[in-house]
Design a protein around this ligand. Structure first.
Ligand code: GLC
Length: 478
């Protein structure tokens, strides 16, 4: 099967969040199953020379974007069985940040046109065009017409994956024809119109042949306005073609037995090395080197929907327990400030690392005992899975992918891969954290069983790639 995968960020080339990880590893898993998989993304300035030097220039053409005809160059790079196409246009993409520009609507509409027009130029006949989040939401809509115009697209079907419904791409109606180049007929209730505006994600949900999101629980949660941010009606209307598929992680990259970023390697049968990793983390983070005090960690963007109001509210009660805490990440000023203050108040016990650092996050996954992720909403979440791979037990709220990936500890049976609580309530968080800390101190054997369960849980992509293949099969009949 020929699969054309479009995303606005793809690891390892360019990354701001979990979307890039998914776009980096799902296509490879599909390629391993024998499909012809090609991934298309913008050639941003931030994509470094090390990658550029491996690219081959293929061709250029002019895009049809309403009355504009911007230049579009295509560069190619082959890696791990996948072909990557990079869309070149310096006016749109030679900028420091990849999102947040006044003309993002135009930049990503251009990208969507490039996705739709390139198969004709490249002689590639995709069976499925798989799009992700609002930046690629115009693709399923353009496909409705271009199937009839471009022979290479005649049999193409579209899949649209929602990684986060909070960002929908909502713009004034005047952009519909003048910028997106769509006829006025697309402005109706079962397509793009939304309270007088154009809503790209809404349009994609209607236009796509199939819609997925990144965990079964999030798919169910999207029926409620609390999670769907105004699109709950659209979700209900399209429930017949919506399914949640849990993301995987790159289990080769994230493996404590091979990760060179760790002070010492370990696995589920030889956990000894984790002790050295913990001591190293404590030194690195400026925490007291105390092997028997559990280290609770957060690695996250410090934003509201990740549950940091709960963490800040519960902070002093957490520190009343016999624990150390390390927080790594940047985000809202109020959280950053709260954590900086806590570091002053609890020297040697609380570490605030207000930055983004791959090296530090590896040290945390390896060295911490508990991984706290009390998200208000979490479509999937990848870091709790990474933490589990490293035997760092997650403490999570039962929402979205957190609920689908963490099995709560059962004192009776000893089963579980972590600790969970249901309500957005600091007392619930404290109660379950207290349970975890007590277990850590009182029952090292049970703790080790949980670690082993977590480390051997299957978070590989091979499982979910099969589910995507099944959907591709339903819509194409292949
Ligand atoms: C978004 C979601 C996150 C998910 C990721 C990959 O970043 O917020 O929960 O894991 O996309 O699908």
């Amino acid at each position: 099967m020929n699969i054309f995968f479009a995303a606005s960020e793809v690891a390892p080339f360019i990354k701001t969040g979990g979307l890039a990880d998914v776009a980096g590893s799902l296509p490879q898993a599909l390629a391993r199953q024998g499909h012809d998989v090609r991934v298309i993304l913008p050639l941003y300035e931030g994509i470094g020379e090390d990658w550029r030097s491996q690219m081959t220039y293929l061709q250029c053409f002019h895009i049809h974007l309403a009355w504009r005809t911007p230049y579009c160059g295509i560069f190619e790079l082959k890696k791990d069985g996948v072909t990557y196409y990079f869309v070149d246009n310096e006016y749109y993409f030679k900028r420091r940040d990849i999102y947040g520009h006044y003309d993002d609507a135009e930049r990503f509409a251009f990208f969507c046109r490039a996705v739709i027009e390139s198969p004709g130029h490249l002689g590639f006949c995709p069976d499925v065009i798989h799009c992700n989040d609002w930046q690629t939401a115009l693709v399923p809509i353009y496909l409705l017409e271009e199937r009839g115009n471009v022979p290479e697209l005649a049999n193409a079907k579209s899949v649209f994956t929602i990684h986060n419904i909070e960002y929908q791409g909502r713009y004034g109606r005047e952009l519909l024809t003048d910028l997106f180049g769509l006829a006025d007929g697309y402005f109706h209730e079962h397509m793009l119109s939304y309270y007088g505006d154009v809503n790209l994600m809404k349009g994609a949900i209607y236009a796509a042949d199939y819609v997925t999101t990144v965990s079964p629980t999030y798919a169910a949660e999207l029926r409620y306005s609390f999670y769907a941010h105004g699109l709950e009606g659209v979700i209900a209307d399209n429930a017949h073609k919506l399914r949640g598929i849990l993301n995987g992680i790159d289990t080769v990259r994230y493996d404590p037995w091979h990760d060179k970023g760790l002070t010492k390697l370990y696995n589920d049968r030889q956990l000894q090395g984790k002790k050295a990793c913990k001591a190293a983390l404590q030194r690195m983070a400026g925490l007291r080197e105390a092997p028997h005090v559990p280290v609770v960690a957060c690695v996250s963007r410090l934003v509201q929907h990740k549950g940091f109001d709960l963490v800040v509210d519960a902070l002093h009660s957490i520190m009343d327990m016999d624990v150390q805490m390390v927080v790594l990440g940047t985000g809202s000023w109020n959280y950053e400030e709260a954590f900086r203050n806590a570091a002053k108040q609890y020297p040697g016990r609380f570490s605030a690392q207000i930055m983004y650092s791959d090296a530090f996050s590896t040290a945390i996954y390896g060295g911490a005992d508990l991984f706290l992720m009390p998200s208000v909403a979490e479509p999937c979440g990848l870091s709790q899975m990474i933490a589990m791979r490293y035997g760092t037990l997650p403490v999570v709220r039962e929402t979205g992918g957190l609920k689908d990936s963490v099995i709560p500890w059962n004192a009776g049976t000893g089963e579980g891969t972590g600790f969970t609580f249901a309500n957005i309530d600091k007392n619930d968080l404290l109660c379950v954290l207290h349970q975890a800390v007590t277990l850590y101190h009182d029952d090292p054997k049970a703790w080790q069983t949980l670690q082993k369960n977590a480390m051997t849980a299957d978070f590989s992509w091979d499982r979910s790639a099969g589910d995507y293949r099944e959907i591709y099969g339903w819509i194409t009949g292949k």
